[in-house]
Design a binder for this molecule. Structure first.
Ligand SMILES: NC(=O)c1ccc[n+]([C@@H]2O[C@H](COP(=O)([O-])OP(=O)(O)OC[C@H]3O[C@@H](n4cnc5c(N)ncnc54)[C@H](O)[C@@H]3O)[C@@H](O)[C@H]2O)c1
Length: 471
């Protein structure tokens, strides 16, 4: 007779006299392949949470170190937790990957993914480990879960790991084994502390059963697991690290510039980081159209100029206008297949809710199309062709000679309302994500193509006529 003792265990009792025969742990046992910085920390921390762990590495030294409860690397609290795990009988380690997979329910893979000779990702360790997992699964009847923890290019889990496992095992993803991508966000030096207080826990998987199993493992440290697709989870890890690198490079460029100007960069950045509304926030981080307006391009140019005068190298700042231009180039490219059609723009000013046209990236796009001889029209609720707008038109003509022809013709292109624009266009380019434009686009006739530069909808339309610039 079994009695549920907690969500983690059942007590087995004698059916005749009720005597306790033993306690069965319901938690999955976990094998960890690769006992480096990520794997060793996973071993230590998950064993501390009560999981039975089996570590695997090709290195005899690392295996011996883990078996003896010693940290194979320098990492705060790691030795202490490994020793605790060994003492409580929750930690074992081996060089025999197949045996480790066979005696566990879940396998975490944390082998290295170094840079390949061509600058891409070297998959050789991931392939070897996946093949060996497949060989083990060929011998196993119970369902197994494989959790990829390495940082890899999007597509690796489904295009590299799964085919290797299926080929070696003869088994099928979903039916015989589950797979998920669970990126690791630890920082070396404080990795144990990060494990118990993670910045986030992300599980990318294609089936709910696997998602639930993996989320349950992290239940004690993070109840708010973020579920997503495997590819999005893979990409998040890369996006995170590129962002962190961007932050460091940015801070250091500001630092070099400040030093050359006799300003204490820590005074500047201490103030900078206090702005949680625009600086350290989701603001400006959603993909959309290029930046513009009266401030951002002007000030990027100004800072690049100061740096040049000071003889300070700021390649990140110098790259920003080129990056912005590349985004406008992409919009031009996406419209190339529609050459000769009537192209209507919803939104002309540099962003919604303003009449400011200065350095509007939409005007830059329209000017490029006009120069190619395209037939354009536009609607913007904030454009009012009075004296104020004429001042802006004169300003744009002066600041951007490439847009002079467009500025002269703009008043003849602009129509009075969104319905007229939509009704008279074969292609609609949306620059502002407003309720008015969303409603207008919804009335477009079948066959009218929509190029969305502003992300009108969170859930994307699936019709072939709809296209986004970065989604
Ligand atoms: N180090 C970090 O802070 C960190 C953080 C997040 C993500 N990551 C990612 O996690 C992965 C692992 O990183 P790491 O720093 O722990 O690497 P690491 O080089 O320290 O450890 C990898 C281990 O895998 C072992 N290994 C390789 N092939 C094996 C095989 N076939 N069978 C068994 N063991 C094998 C190696 O011997 C090594 O001990 C990488 O993809 C890395 O990008 C690392």
């Amino acid at each position: 007779m079994t009695v549920l003792a907690s969500s983690d265990a059942v007590v087995e009792k004698s059916a005749t006299n009720g005597q306790v025969l033993g306690v069965v742990d319901l938690r999955p046992s976990i094998s960890v392949i690769g006992l480096g910085y990520v794997g060793a920390v996973s071993m230590a921390c998950l064993s501390h949470l009560g999981f039975r762990m089996v570590g695997v590495d090709v290195s005899f030294e690392k295996v011996r170190s883990i078996k003896e409860g010693r940290a194979p690397i320098v990492e705060a609290r790691l030795g202490e937790l490994l020793a605790e795990g060994v003492e409580k009988g929750r930690i074992d380690a081996t060089q025999n990957l197949i045996a480790a997979v066979l005696e566990t329910d879940v396998t975490f893979m944390s082998v290295g993914t170094p840079t390949a000779a061509d600058g891409g990702c070297d998959f050789s360790y991931v392939r070897q480990a996946s093949r060996a997992i497949g060989q083990a699964l060929a011998l196993k009847s119970a369902r197994h879960v494989v959790v990829l923890r390495c940082s890899v290019p999007p597509g690796t889990t489904l295009d590299v790991v799964v085919p290797e496992i299926e080929k070696a095992s003869g088994k099928k993803l979903g039916r015989d084994f589950g797979v998920c991508f669970n990126p690791e966000f630890l920082r070396e030096g404080v990795a144990v502390a990060d494990f118990f207080a993670p910045p986030k826990t992300v599980v990318g998987t294609s089936d709910e059963q696997t998602a639930g199993q993996v989320a349950a493992i992290y239940g004690a440290v993070d109840e708010r697991v973020i579920f997503t697709s495997i590819e999005a989870a893979e990409m998040v890890k890369y996006a995170d690290n590129v962002w962190h690198a961007t932050k460091v490079a940015f801070g250091n460029e500001i630092g070099r510039l400040c030093k050359s100007l006799g300003i204490d960069s820590h005074d500047v950045m201490d103030i900078f980081v206090q702005d949680k509304k625009l600086n350290l926030s989701p603001y400006y981080l959603r993909p959309g159209f290029a930046f513009g307006g009266s401030c951002l391009p002007k000030e990027v140019r100004a800072v690049a100029h100061i740096a040049k005068c000071q003889g300070v190298s700021v390649p990140l700042v110098d790259s920003l206008m080129a990056s912005n231009e590349a985004h406008i180039d992409q919009a031009v490219k996406l419209l190339e297949p529609h050459a000769g059609k009537r192209i209507g723009f919803l939104g002309v000013t540099f962003k919604p809710d303003t009449d400011d046209m200065r350095e509007s990236p939409t005007l830059a796009l329209m000017a490029r199309l006009l120069a190619k001889g395209e037939q354009l029209s536009a609607y913007d609720p904030n454009l009012d062709f009075g004296p104020h707008l004429q001042g802006q038109i004169d300003y744009v003509k002066h600041a951007s000679p490439a847009q002079a022809k467009l500025m002269d013709a703009l008043s003849t292109m602009v129509v009075d309302d969104a319905a007229t624009l939509v009704g008279g266009s074969d292609v609609i380019v949306v620059s502002h994500a407003t309720a008015e434009f969303r409603a207008a686009v919804a009335t477009s006739a079948p066959g009218v193509h929509v190029l969305d530069l502003a992300r009108l909808y969170r859930e994307l339309p699936t019709n072939a006529e709809y296209q986004g610039i970065a989604w």
